[in-house]
Design a protein around this ligand. Structure first.
Ligand code: FPP
Length: 247
């Protein structure tokens, strides 16, 4: 079997409580450019190394039994970067999906996308996104969601637009019914949001969904993220006490 899930004993050996593994971990993969610049390399090299770090992280999530991983691959604000980098990032995302789709499928991973589809995203990329989604839609071991052309505020606005177009009665709109208009109504809220590179902010990622998430800000740059980093993030998550507004 590919990437077996750790036994309870193996998790305990790692200092991880098998009954309290976060169900959904969201990742802001920050610092690829700085990682490359520190080594005198082109920023694009940092993104390529970031891809390796990401798929090692997915392997670690499969080992631990994390059921949902969501990554911030391209934000609605990233269009402001220099044209050449935007072009690189679009192609890089396309190539990454093509390169990784089959291995993710073989591991029982379901690939999904969140983000604005009808604005600026090239048609050919949309087709690759749909092909990866369709190929893997019956997989259940882990749902790997790629936030592409994603912004949390844009998601909320888009949800309001759909709700209004749906003719929803104001009295019927509550937190539960609103959730049905988000990009992926099935996605559970993230238990843990991890951001690398020493920046302590959310940058418009999963604004609605992260209301009660635990946050972990790491000083390492994304390409240096390893399986061990995810294990340690889960141990840190388990040291926190979540009260959801109660006592
Ligand atoms: C932030 O680094 C990272 C990105 C903008 C893209 C990261 C994407 C991947 C690693 C691959 C994702 C692709 C798929 C399809 C899952 P930065 O450029 O902001 O670094 P800096 O803050 O040091 O400049």
């Amino acid at each position: 079997m590919i990437t077996p899930r750790f036994t309870r004993a193996a998790l305990e050996e790692l200092g991880i409580d098998p009954d309290a593994v976060p169900r959904h971990v969201a990742l802001v993969m920050d610092g690829n450019g700085r990682w490359a610049q520190q080594r005198g390399l082109k920023r694009t090299e940092g993104h390529l190394r970031g891809e390796d770090a990401l798929f090692e992280c997915v392997e670690a999530a499969l080992e631990l039994g994390v059921e949902w991983i969501t990554v911030y691959a391209f934000s609605t604000e990233n269009w402001k970067r220099p044209k050449a980098e935007v072009k690189f990032l679009i192609n890089f995302n396309r190539e990454t999906i093509r390169r990784r789709r089959d291995e993710l499928h073989a591991r029982g991973v379901r690939i999904r996308f969140i983000g604005r589809r009808n604005w600026r995203v090239p048609k050919s990329l949309l087709r690759d996104m749909e092909a990866a989604t369709e190929l893997t839609e019956r997989n259940r071991r882990l749902t790997f969601t790629i936030a592409f052309n994603y912004g949390g505020r844009a998601e909320i606005i888009d949800a309001v637009r759909v709700a209004l177009a749906d003719g929803i009665e104001p009295d019927r709109l509550d937190e539960r019914s609103f959730g049905r208009y988000l990009y992926d109504p099935e996605m559970p809220d993230p238990d843990l949001v991890v951001r690398t590179s020493g920046e302590n902010r959310l940058s418009n990622f999963l604004l609605w969904q992260a209301a009660y998430s635990e946050f972990l800000f790491l000083d390492i740059l994304w390409p240096d993220f390893t399986r061990q980093t995810l294990y340690e993030a889960v141990r840190e998550f388990q040291r926190r006490s979540r009260r959801f507004g109660g006592i």
